[in-house]
Design a protein around this ligand. Structure first.
Ligand code: PRP
Length: 179
């Protein structure tokens, strides 16, 4: 797997530092509030696992599945809502946890959807942001790293469902896509 990697953009240590920083900020902002982190599967599951450990206040977790890409590398613009939360978000302070905001279509859809429920508040957190790719304005309260418009993998993010288990974030060699 490692021999498919072109360049490591963020090491495990750099990611850990960023996740701790975001977690501390969230704990400070939501102290005394009913916080619910909602992980947007599948990509955000690694980030979510580390992030919740970095938040030093009580937190409830849940998972949703909404995909706009399928197996393609190009956004279809269609958001498929495949799995909803198990618990209600009523009166909870919700943070939607994403690995990556690209066009913004997925998060824009999800923020609108959750803001139409009876949550106390709904915000978003993403580890990675590709601002150059944005096609819709989406407000993201917590952001980790900005990245260039390149296809990346690792730390939960896939190419054709592989490479999610790399502990760092990297670009792949072009020949990998040619296979
Ligand atoms: C990725 C990512 C976001 C979305 C961002 O998910 O996790 O949910 O794409 O793209 P957008 O800003 O252009 O909408 P993907 O659909 O690849 O599913 P996955 O997390 O299951 O890999």
């Amino acid at each position: 797997m490692e021999n498919h990697v072109k360049e490591i953009l963020f090491t495990k240590e750099e990611i850990d530092t960023m996740v701790l920083q975001i977690g501390k900020q969230i704990a400070k902002d939501y102290k005394g509030k009913d916080l619910m982190l909602i992980c947007v599967l599948k990509g955000a599951n690694v980030f979510m696992s580390d992030l919740m450990k970095a938040i030093d206040i009580p937190v409830e977790i849940d998972f949703i599945s909404a995909s706009s890409y399928g197996h393609s590398t190009v956004s279809s613009g269609v958001v498929k809502f495949l799995k909803d939360t198990d618990s209600s978000v009523e009166d909870k302070h919700v943070i939607l946890v994403e690995d990556l905001v690209d066009t913004g279509l997925t998060l824009n859809y999800l923020l609108k959807n959750f803001r139409n429920r009876d949550a106390a508040s709904v915000e978003a957190c993403t580890l990675l942001d590709k601002p150059e790719r944005r096609t819709v304005d989406v407000d993201v309260k917590y952001k980790g790293f900005n990245i260039p418009d390149e296809f990346i993998v690792g730390y939960g993010i896939d190419y054709a469902e592989k490479y999610r288990n790399l502990p760092y974030i990297a670009t792949l060699k072009p020949e990998v896509y040619a296979d």
